[in-house]
Design a protein around this ligand. Structure first.
Ligand SMILES: [Zn+2]
Length: 251
């Protein structure tokens, strides 16, 4: 018993730098102690191989986080009113707005199904709402149906999402997607502009939200407590600004 205890203690000592390294690289793992306990059946054999086992585990752990897809995606029915007013405001510089809200309507062309409605919210550090939509909101995708999908997004897609969406639309010709964006995300960047052009070429209708669209979203997707939306002062000017930029990019 005493030997085993010491062996475990030594192994722990040795693992601590590993744990620190993982923490630094942002790949923390909690199940190291469990693995140590599981291995107690063969303390003598594993002692010399300890380093190799740890390395082997490191190799596996690097693969695992990639298999965790949209774990930071929030899915819901109605957006908090305060969050809407902040996140959808069509200001020119979107400082502090480091996430995307995506409100969706899905019509599958079957009267019995009705409209699918809801919203997704991401953190840009994790999976993006646009990609999560196809995984979480269309899991039962049926190639025999015709989908008419409308998104109202707080900002237009990043270049990676734009390319992914374009791929989906090319592969699934029965999906018609319209995207209305409150703001254009980093529209000066060449790759962002290329992404918007790809979307357009793939048949996606990409538009900037008009003042009326904000009111529609407020009524349809926000916990509005039956209060009307008072549009901010420069809403129309900002719409015209972004609308012009988008027209220039897509022309
Ligand atoms: Zn994205």
């Amino acid at each position: 018993m005493a030997d085993k205890g010491r062996a475990v203690a030594r192994r722990k000592d040795r693992k601590e730098p590993d744990a620190a390294d993982r923490a630094k690289s942002g790949k923390e793992e909690e199940n190291i102690p469990e693995k140590t306990e599981n291995n107690e059946g063969a303390p003598a054999a594993e002692e010399p191989a300890g380093g190799a086992v740890a390395n082997g585990q490191n190799g596996e752990f690097k693969v695992e986080p990639m298999e965790l897809p949209p774990f930071e995606i929030i899915q819901g029915d109605r957006i908090d009113a305060f969050a809407f007013k902040f996140q959808f405001k069509n200001v020119e510089y979107s400082s502090g707005r480091n996430k995307t809200f995506l409100c969706y309507l899905v019509d599958k062309g079957k009267a019995s199904d009705g409209l699918l409605r809801g919203y997704l919210e991401d953190e840009h550090s994790g999976a993006h709402a646009e990609e999560a939509f196809f995984i979480q909101c269309l899991p039962d995708y049926d190639p025999a149906l015709k989908y008419t999908i409308t998104w109202y997004v707080s900002s237009s897609p990043c270049s990676a999402c734009a390319e992914k969406i374009a791929e989906v639309l090319k592969a699934r010709k029965n999906i018609k997607l319209s995207i209305f964006a409150a703001r254009l995300f980093e529209w000066e960047e060449a790759e962002i502009q290329a992404g918007m052009k790809s979307l357009n070429a793939a048949g996606c209708k990409l538009r900037v939200m008009k003042p009326l669209d904000f009111s529609y979203i407020w009524d349809t997707f926000v916990e509005n407590e039956d209060q009307p939306l008072n549009l901010w002062e420069d809403c129309k000017d900002n719409y015209e600004y972004y609308h012009e930029k988008l027209s220039e990019i897509l022309q």
